[in-house]
Every structure is written in structure tokens, then in C-alpha cells.
Design a protein around this ligand. Structure first.
Ligand code: FAQ
Length: 310
């Protein structure tokens, strides 16, 4: 180990944060750029499924809440892109990787939102799963990522509650509304479990990411936490659990559960989900439409810098 590598590992072991100007192994930098940019892409693409319901929200109150939630997700994407840029890559390069399919985003956002119940299910289950993961990432070793996570988690917990409250209103409503809540739960439960990634034994990046403390808990451990916390929430809603094999295991102190359909997971992350094409095409269209804003900002900055130089 070189002295630089030794110093880097000493910091990691001492729980000191790695900051943008610190020396870091090239593979640490590359892995962080991969994970953080995919996280940013997920926040931004994640605006689409819920955005689909803004014009059709059932009341003014629900519409205002949903609007601000979707806006928050845009903000999270921006914090995360900025944090990723501190690693020496540009926003344009990151966006290109998303649009060409080189970079992934969370598989969950390739599922369609068919009913209003799906908006509640996304807030409750998708933000819920995202928080489980992000609370752990607050202790990630890279300073800008860790600080971004602290702020993002505060907003996500509000998102989760609003989703649960929306679903609760349906679950306690008419039989048709309760059925809508059950249907949304049935469709979003398994894809939410897939958000934690493949089993630890299949996870390509986990071992190194755990050693470098980029990740602080493994995919399976975080998934188990989410499964355990979701059982009483489903009971309180008075809905049926989508996993017929769910069963408390006294010895483990956790719920045993049925197996995820991994073929479906790999099919979706490889581009074959219901909405993969639609999500990326929409991103490209909006990005092109917004080109004039970026051009205007660049022109303004050039003018300002020229004035300063005079
Ligand atoms: N979807 O070796 P691992 C949100 C890929 S934020 C798609 O285990 P890793 C907020 C993985 O990238 C949700 N791809 O990978 C919101 C890798 O492919 P690569 C996003 C997945 O990185 C709510 C390959 O499989 N959160 O929802 C997925 O160690 C509501 C091998 O996997 C984050 O991104 C998946 N589910 O662990 C917004 C959190 N799982 O890169 C709007 C930060 C795995 O080699 C509305 N990220 N893959 O081509 C992480 O914690 C990690 O990256 C994991 C995956 C846990 C997602």
C-alpha cells in the first residue's frame, strides 16, 4: 500500500469523511460516481410516475401536496448531481449517460401509475424503501454524499407519511376505494423490495462498497428492515399482505418472506420494463425543450465574467 492509500484507509476506518480535494483511489471515485449519479437519475426520473397524477389529483389539497412532493424530488436530484460533480465529472456527461442507457436508475420507476392509489403506494412504499436505504447512507464515507443524504431524508420522511395518509383514506373509504388501495399495494410491494438491489451473494459492488463504507448496510439487511417495518403498516390499513409466505420467525427476530421474482428485476433493469422507453424519451424531450434556459444562463454568465475582467 502506498502512503496515500494508507492514509485513505486510515480515514475510512476512523469514520472521517473523504472530501472532494482529498486523495482517493480511482476505483473509489468511479464507484461513487456510478452510485451517486444513478441515485440522482432515480430522483429525477422518479418525478414522472407521480407527475402523471398532478392534473388528476382528487382534491385541491392533494394536488398542492403532490406538486410540492414532485418538486422536492427534482431538488434531491439537483443536490445529488452537484455532489457527484465534486468528483470531477460534468452534469452534461451524467445526463448523457442516462439518456444513452449507459447509466441506470431505480427499476421501480419503470412501472406505470394506473390509479390514484398508486400515488399513495409510491409515497408510502417507494419513499419508505428509499428512506431505509438513505438513513444508512447518511453515514457514507464521502462527505458531500453524506451531507446530501441528511437533508434528503428529512424531506423523504414527509413524503412517506403523505403517501401512507393518502392510502389510509382509501383503505378506510368505500369498498371500491379499499379495493383500489389493495390493488396498488399488490402491484408496488414486490417492485419496492427490488429497490434494494440483488441478493448480497449476487451484488457485484457490495463487497468493495462496504469495505470503503460507501454503503453501510447490505442490500439484504436493508430489505429485511423494510419488510419488517411494513407488516404492521399493512395490518393498520386493514389490507391483505401481498406475500402469502410472510411469517414471523421468533428465532431470527425477523419476518420470513417469499422470494422475489428476480427474472422480472433483471428484465426491468435491462430495459424491458413497462415504461423504460417512455421514461427516457420523455427525459430527452424535456431536456431538449429546456436547452434555451441553459443557453441563456451560459450567455448571462459569459457577460458577467467579461464585465468582471474589464
Ligand atoms: N434498480 O452490485 P449492486 C427514490 C443495479 S431514490 C436499478 O447491488 P449497488 C426517491 C446496480 O446499479 C431511489 N438498478 O449495486 C424517490 C448495478 O448495476 P451497474 C434510488 C439496480 O450499487 C421516491 C447492478 O444492479 N436510490 O426512490 C437496482 O452496490 C419516490 C448490481 O447491483 C438509490 O439509488 C435497482 N433497484 O447497490 C423519487 C440509493 N438495484 O451500476 C421519486 C443509492 C441494483 O453495475 C419518487 N444507491 N441495480 O450497472 C444504492 O444504495 C445502491 O446503488 C443500490 C444497489 C442498493 C440501489
Amino acid at each position: 500500500m502506498t502512503p496515500q492509500e494508507q492514509n485513505f484507509m486510515r480515514k475510512i476506518e476512523a469514520e472521517e469523511k473523504i472530501e472532494p480535494k482529498d486523495w482517493m483511489p480511482a476505483a473509489y471515485r468511479k464507484n461513487l460516481i456510478r452510485q451517486m449519479s444513478q441515485h440522482a437519475h432515480s430522483e429525477v426520473i422518479g418525478m414522472q410516475p407521480e407527475g402523471n397524477w398532478i392534473t388528476r389529483a382528487p382534491s385541491l389539497r392533494r394536488k398542492a401536496v403532490l406538486l410540492s412532493k414532485v418538486q422536492d424530488e427534482a431538488g434531491h436530484g439537483l443536490y445529488l448531481y452537484s455532489a457527484t460533480e465534486t468528483l470531477g465529472i460534468t452534469r452534461a456527461e451524467l445526463i448523457e449517460a442516462l439518456q444513452t442507457g449507459e447509466a441506470k436508475y431505480a427499476s421501480i420507476f419503470n412501472y406505470p401509475t394506473l390509479t390514484w392509489g398508486d400515488v399513495g403506494a409510491i409515497g408510502w412504499l417507494v419513499d419508505g424503501a428509499a428512506i431505509c436505504n438513505q438513513v444508512s447512507l447518511q453515514r457514507t464515507s464521502y462527505g458531500p454524499y453524506s451531507r446530501g443524504m441528511i437533508r434528503i431524508c428529512k424531506e423523504e420522511s414527509f413524503h412517506q407519511r403523505q403517501g401512507y395518509e393518502a392510502l389510509l383514506a382509501l383503505a378506510k373509504g368505500t369498498p371500491e376505494q379499499k379495493q383500489m388501495a389493495q390493488d396498488s399495494l399488490d402491484r408496488f410491494y414486490w417492485p419496492a423490495l427490488m429497490m434494494f438491489g440483488p441478493h448480497d451473494s449476487e451484488s457485484a459492488h457490495s463487497a468493495k462498497s462496504m469495505e470503503w463504507k460507501i454503503k453501510r448496510e447490505t442490500n439484504d439487511d436493508l430489505r429485511q428492515k423494510f419488510i419488517d417495518q411494513t407488516v404492521p403498516q399493512i395490518e393498520f390499513l386493514g389490507l391483505e399482505h401481498p406475500d402469502k409466505e410472510i411469517k414471523w420467525n421468533e428465532e431470527r427476530g425477523h419476518y420470513d418472506h417469499g422470494e422475489i421474482d428476480w427474472d422480472e428485476f433483471y428484465s426491468v433493469i435491462n430495459g424491458n420494463g413497462h415504461c423504460n422507453r417512455q421514461r427516457v424519451e420523455h427525459h430527452i424531450d424535456v431536456h431538449e425543450e429546456g436547452a434555451w434556459v441553459r443557453d441563456a444562463i451560459t450567455a448571462y454568465n459569459e457577460k458577467k465574467n467579461a464585465k468582471k475582467a474589464q
